[in-house]
Design a protein. Structure first.
Length: 147
C-alpha cells in the first residue's frame, strides 16, 4: 500500500511544515520572556481545558464530542507533558475504534451481500420450479387432449 500522496496531501504537508517552523520561532521568542510565557501557557491551558470540558459535555449527544475532547487534549499537549501523554493514548484508542468500526462495517456488508445472494438464488430456484411445474401441466394437458 505504498501509494503516492495526492497533490492536496503534499501541499497540506508543506503548509503544515512551514506553519510549524514559523510557530516554533514565535514560541521560542515567547519562552524568552517569562511574563509572556506565563500568559501564553495560561491561555493555552484555559482554551485547551475549555475545549476538553466542552467535548466531555458533548459526548452523550449525537456528534463529535469525543473528537472535540481529543482536540482539546492535543491543544493542552502543546504546552503540558501530561496532557501530551493523555492525548497520545486517546489518539491510539481512537485509531483502534476506527479500525474496529471499519471491520464491523465490512462484516455487515458481507453478511448483507450473502443474504441478498441467497434470496436471489431462492427466487431463481422457485421460478425454475414454477416453470417446470407449468411445463409438466402443459404436457399432461396435451397428453389428455391426444387421448
Amino acid at each position: 500500500m505504498n501509494e503516492k500522496p495526492s497533490l492536496a496531501a503534499r501541499a497540506g504537508s508543506a503548509l503544515g511544515h512551514a506553519t510549524s517552523s514559523a510557530a516554533h520561532g514565535t514560541r521560542e521568542a515567547i519562552r524568552k520572556n517569562p511574563k509572556a510565557n506565563r500568559v501564553y501557557r495560561t491561555t493555552v491551558g484555559v482554551v485547551g481545558g475549555t475545549t476538553v470540558a466542552l467535548g466531555v459535555v458533548l459526548i452523550p449527544l449525537p456528534g463529535p464530542g469525543s473528537l472535540v475532547a481529543i482536540g482539546g487534549l492535543a491543544l493542552l499537549g502543546t504546552e503540558f507533558e501530561p496532557a501530551k501523554k493523555a492525548s497520545n493514548k486517546a489518539n491510539a484508542l481512537a485509531r483502534k475504534a476506527l479500525v474496529a468500526a471499519n471491520e464491523k462495517r465490512k462484516r455487515r456488508a458481507a453478511r448483507r451481500a450473502a443474504a441478498a445472494d441467497a434470496a436471489a438464488d431462492a427466487a431463481a430456484e422457485a421460478e425454475a420450479e414454477a416453470g417446470a411445474g407449468a411445463a409438466e401441466a402443459e404436457a399432461a394437458s396435451t397428453h389428455r387432449a391426444d387421448a
